[in-house]
Design a protein around this ligand. Structure first.
Ligand code: PLP
Length: 399
């Protein structure tokens, strides 16, 4: 089978023409126009660095926060521009204080780097991280709600909830969970790394204490652009990982939260400056703007998943409503992980890459044990690419 072409919109990305790129989920991919836009900001900065940082940067960052806030239905003043979701989770966790015996709830599908942060902070305070098992395959979102709420005790103070889980690609019922947990007195830290541009987010009505999301994933913004949203009543206790001038700078008509997060030392803010243009450009690629992008990607992920399931005679591990623009499947592989330990590369990943030119993650996962593959769907992908992946898998798994 010949290597398939991308969709028509694929021409907006400068992706390797020899690569069938089915892994937008890991690091995103940024259209050429936006990369040029970022370079324009960098050029402006280097044209007169002092003028840029001292006179202009604050306004540019405010423009970026306002553009995000319009999409996120929240107050722009509650947003901090940060580099990535990992630092968003770290910012919150390393700001909070815990009592000995406090419990922090987390599903077992959490992203390992963020889970590590929870473990590290909990251990320092004598708090306990309580892991909730979420089955996979799973019949519906109610199972997640039931399991997570069953994990709440009188000692639970915080829950880290994903919008969409990284290993299993599950759309968590994060709105219902947030409402239930917050009203039970449990602060929610929403790990929405797969969030903005992938699922609609209305942060003010959502009511989570803390939300962090990557713009460099599904918004397709340049790398190193993310935000942390902190509910107003929680802002006093949340400080950036880097303490800088903002801690003592005269307040004027703004808040300490603003001052502290707007200046965390000299850094390249070009990715943040490019956010308004990114949001606008991406929306212009479809008639229906962002809602249509999310829906198209969702439909393509469903199609891609169906193609793989049919070709490999496997069942989808969750209903269509529980996937967004990524979908994880459990590969038929001796009923187990092929003996490959977690964190070790699966040779199938390399074979798909070198022999077929396909970039798609394949790995082993312990709960339940198995060999997993995760496809992504972005505007540049075509249905043919999933057929080609199905063909390659059939060849390599001896169908
Ligand atoms: C659920 C989840 N949380 C956090 C992250 C970390 O994102 P970053 O590396 O941009 O900090 C990822 C990355 O894939 C993720 O999937």
């Amino acid at each position: 089978m010949n290597r398939p072409a991308r969709s028509e919109l694929g021409s907006h990305w400068n992706l390797d023409p020899n690569c069938v790129f089915l892994n937008h989920g890991s690091f995103g991919a940024t259209p050429t126009v936006i990369r040029e836009e970022q370079r324009r900001w960098q050029d402006l900065l280097e044209h007169e660095p002092v003028h840029f940082y001292e006179d202009l940067a604050e306004k540019f960052m405010e423009d970026a926060r306002r553009a995000l806030a319009a999409m996120l239905k929240c107050d722009a003043d509650d947003l901090a521009l940060i580099e990535n979701a990992t630092s968003g989770v770290n910012t919150v966790m390393r700001s909070l204080r815990f009592e000995k015996g406090d419990e922090i709830l987390v599903p077992d599908h959490a992203y390992q780097a963020c889970r590590n942060t929870l473990d590290y902070v909990a251990q320092r305070w004598g708090a306990t991280v309580v892991t909730v098992n979420i089955p996979f395959p799973i019949s519906g979102p109610e199972v997640v709600v039931e399991r997570m709420m069953a994990g709440v005790t009188s000692r639970t103070v915080l829950a880290m909830v994903d919008t969409v889980t990284s290993p299993t690609g599950l759309l968590m019922p994060f709105e219902e969970l947030t409402a239930k947990l917050e009203s039970a007195g449990v602060s929610v830290l929403l790990d929405a790394a797969h969030g903005i541009g992938m699922v609609p987010l209305s942060l003010d009505s959502l009511g989570a204490s803390y939300t962090t999301s990557n713009c460099h994933k599904w918004l397709c913004a340049p790398k190193g652009s993310a935000f942390l949203h902190v509910r107003k009543d929680k802002q006093e206790n949340i400080h950036p990982l880097t303490i800088s001038h903002g801690m003592t700078f005269p307040l004027g008509d703004t808040t300490r939260f603003r001052h502290e997060f707007d200046w965390t030392g000299t850094r390249d803010i070009s990715a943040h400056c490019a956010l308004p243009a990114t949001i606008e450009f991406m929306a212009s690629l479809t008639e229906g703007g962002w809602n249509e992008i999310m829906e198209q990607n969702h439909q393509l992920a469903i199609k891609g998943r169906n193609i793989l399931c049919e070709a490999l005679s496997i069942d989808a591990p969750c209903p269509d409503e529980m996937i967004t623009c990524i979908a994880t499947l459990i590969l038929p592989a001796d009923g187990a992980s092929n003996g490959i330990p977690l964190h070790e590369p699966d040779p199938l990943h390399e074979i798909l890459q070198t022999k077929y030119g396909i970039q798609v993650p394949v790995w082993s996962w312990p709960s339940p044990e198995g060999r997993y593959i995760r496809i992504s769907a972005q505007l540049y992908n075509s249905e043919e690419e999933y057929r080609y992946l199905a063909h390659a898998l059939r060849q390599e798994l001896n169908f």
